[in-house]
Design a protein around this ligand. Structure first.
Ligand code: MN
Length: 736
């Protein structure tokens, strides 16, 4: 175990102004507090906080962080209180330890929702002070280093969480060595066999390539020296996990992996970097398409370097990373190298933008998402997605750099600029040319977003956008748009209902009554009426207690609404209609309001009893029945004469007919998915007329089911049961 003076010396070595007395006090306090407690390994418990503190000295963190590391388990595991820490070590350290205690409870929960909620708490704790995250990462690193003492069943979960959350977080903070080590330890725990195989291969390669490595090292050092550049050239092998990931992703064997050999060239200045690049490219043939200049466009975690790949002396691919010493420090120490963690800089603080590191900005965006995200699961999904993406760099016309995850589209770009820009986007220009907003962006693209006032984002964008910010904004906007559409319809229904009973509708009059309908807002109530979830008669009762249902009266339509756009009378009155192709026994559509011999059919997507419907006269073809929420009805807006006021005429007892309805199911590509869905449909007494795969992309397939159901309630039941299947992502009624 590290001695007290050793720890203090480590800190004062890089920070001569560190408070030695404070460090000494914390060391003694934590040791006493943990007393005789033991770790699973049998070591004294205090060895753990001490090792965590030691890891943080490698990042050269300030004394307050080291002290917080020493104390990080005291509140949770001993009699120590926050007040006592405040009293003995001051409120700054008190707050750090408190933050760490709060997120300590986060570990090791299996349920996805809880995991997501925990991640939220973690982010909120970090948003108070980034040092909390650095201590947390060191804490996790030490726990992973000693994971063999943990029971096997718990090991798996800790390793998964490390791989999913902590290693990417370390990477995002730019602390590359920590990310590598966390990944490697997690990989070893999760897949011991694979880890062993890859490590052995790498060792063998190291031996066999020793001669090539030293040849390249000496050639480069000599040629650079001839140009007056003092360079440190170092061969390096890829890490087992990054090799494994590549093999896994590209489905290739170890032998097929090309550039396992890598070199790092560290030079004094940026212009030396480009000189070194020239030397590399004139010494060996370069592999096209592998050159990346992260000096002119740094990665989101502030990583800067030039990457290139060449064909080495023995015809193997060799990757070169060229950087300055300063860039190297940032690559290894990331956010810690910026000293941003000092002086209580919080994410909500007032640090000028220009001084903000990218890692810091990223954290801030995550915290923003916390407030925007609708459910913890959504948040986790976004975070995981974002953590694992590479990035592309694009520019606004004014030259502002927008960094996005790889695969991002102009929609993501628009939302990254501003949520308002995203919501109002109607088109875009990429490098001066008009392109669809769903276009995928590439490094260096200049993107101009064209906006229009009052535009709303298309719901379909949600599956195109890949950033969390864009997806949650689109989801929210789509929900709002649909709701206000239904609310508008609901209001129309209420106005009509009032007119029918010779009363006057007003929002002001209705609003105080909505509680009786079990609703909390006017908009929600009207939307529920618009969707048919609340009957207008019930709403009328709520509004006018003396209201009596008047459906029986049902005056002739013609007398009522001659010439008005909606529900007016049409020339087809008085005729009877048939559904083509239906069995003789049930030839007449049980719809009131139209009679005659013209054929009646349902619009694509179908309509079922319970839907509010309208008939449209199709010259020469008969009548098409649309659900009233169909967007296609817009086409007939200016032809009021073709609108037919129709309603279902169905008696629950004697109903013998099924009705068509089409649903779109988005499900995970997995064997048995289709069987699972059809089983649910079958078991619930619905017929399947046709199944069609519409779209298979990546992990999901969209399937179209043409169903036959008894009525709306039946349909909604079937939909919700399909939704309940694990493999199913969304179920929507085809609305055309
Ligand atoms: Mn701990």
């Amino acid at each position: 175990m590290m001695r007290q003076y050793e720890l203090v010396e480590r800190v004062t070595a890089y920070d001569p102004n560190a408070d030695e007395a404070l460090l000494n006090r914390a060391y003694v306090y934590a040791m006493k507090a943990h007393g005789a407690q033991l770790r699973a390994s049998g070591d004294p418990y205090f060895s753990h906080p001490l090792e965590v503190a030691a890891i943080l000295t490698e990042l050269k963190l300030d004394d307050a962080t080291i002290v917080a590391a020493l104390l990080h388990d005291t509140i949770e595991d001993t009699d120590t209180t926050r007040a006592e820490i405040d009293r003995l070590f001051g409120p700054e350290i008190g707050a750090l330890v408190d933050g760490l205690t709060k997120i300590k409870k986060l570990d090791l929960v299996t349920r996805r929702a809880e995991q997501a909620e925990n991640l939220r708490k973690l982010m909120l704790a970090i948003s108070q002070d980034v040092r909390v995250l650095l201590v947390k990462l060191a804490d996790r690193l030490h726990n992973m280093r000693t994971i063999e003492h943990v029971p096997p069943n718990k090991r798996q979960r800790i390793a998964e969480e490390t791989m999913d959350i902590y290693a990417p977080l370390a990477g995002r903070m730019g602390i590359q060595w920590m990310r590598d080590e966390l990944e490697d330890l997690a990989f070893r725990t999760l897949q011991p066999e694979a880890h062993k195989t890859v490590s052995e291969r790498l060792e063998a390669l190291q031996e066999s390539s020793a001669r090539v490595v030293s040849e390249i090292e000496s050639v480069l050092t000599r040629k650079l020296a001839e140009r007056g550049v003092t360079a440190t050239v170092q061969g390096r092998l890829k890490k087992p996990y990054s090799v494994w990931r590549k093999m896994d992703r590209k489905r290739i064997s170890f032998e097929q992996l090309s550039d396992i050999l890598g070199f790092r060239v560290v030079v004094p200045t940026i212009s030396d970097c480009y000189r070194a690049l020239e030397v590399v490219h004139t010494s060996w043939p370069l592999v096209p398409g592998r050159f990346k200049d992260y000096i002119s466009t740094p990665k989101q975690n502030d990583y800067r370097s030039i990457h290139t790949t060449v064909i080495g002396p023995q015809h193997q691919r060799v990757e070169m990373q060229i950087r300055t010493k300063e860039m190297h420090e940032i690559a290894e120490f990331g956010i810690a190298a910026h000293n941003l963690y000092k002086d209580g800089v919080s994410l909500n603080g007032h640090k000028p933008d220009a001084l903000e590191s990218n890692a810091y900005q990223w954290l801030r965006r995550l915290v923003e998402l916390l407030h925007e995200g609708d459910t913890p699961e959504e948040f986790l999904e976004h975070t995981k997605l974002e953590l694992f993406q590479d990035q592309v760099f694009c520019f606004t016309p004014k030259g502002r750099l927008i960094a996005l995850p790889r695969g991002a589209t102009a929609i993501d770009f628009a939302y990254a600029v501003h949520t308002g820009v995203g919501n109002a986007a109607v088109g875009c220009k990429i490098n001066g040319r008009a392109e669809p907003v769903i276009s995928e962006l590439h490094n260096g693209d200049e993107v101009e977003i064209i906006t229009a006032e009052g535009a709303t984002p298309s719901a379909a964008w949600e599956s195109v956008a890949i950033t969390g910010k864009a997806r949650s904004a689109i989801r929210r906007a789509a929900r709002d748009a649909i709701r206000s559409q239904y609310a508008g319809l609901g209001r129309q229904i209420m106005i009509r209902a009032c007119e029918r009973s010779e009363r006057k509708y007003s929002d002001e009059r209705f609003e105080p009554m909505i509680q009786r309908l079990g609703q909390s807002s006017l908009l929600d109530t009207l939307a529920a009426i618009g969707r048919g979830e609340i009957r207008s008669d019930d709403a009328m009762h709520a509004m006018f207690p003396d209201f009596r249902e008047e459906r029986k009266k049902n005056q002739p339509v013609a007398a009522r609404e001659e010439g008005s756009g909606w529900f007016g009378l049409r020339k087809a009155m008085g005729m009877r209609f048939r559904v083509p192709g239906r069995k003789e026994a049930s030839s007449a559509v049980p719809i009131r309001g139209i009679k005659g011999d013209l054929p009646v059919r349902f619009a694509e997507g179908g309509a079922v009893p319970g839907d509010r419907i309208v008939g449209i006269a199709m010259p020469g073809e008969g009548i098409t029945i649309y659900p009233i929420h169909s967007p296609r009805l817009k086409e007939f807006d200016d032809q009021p004469d073709r609108w037919l006021d129709v309603r279902w005429e169905i008696d629950g007892e004697t109903q013998r007919d099924r009705f068509p309805a089409t649903i779109i199911v988005r499900a995970i590509n997995e064997p048995g998915t289709l069987a699972g869905i059809t089983q649910v449909i079958g078991e619930n007494d619905a017929n399947i007329d046709a199944i069609q795969m519409i779209n298979r992309s990546g992990d999901f397939t969209d399937m179209r089911f043409d169903l036959e159901v008894w009525d709306l309630k039946h349909l909604l039941t079937v939909i919700s049961l399909i939704k309940a299947l694990k493999v199913v992502n969304t179920v929507e009624r085809l609305n055309v």
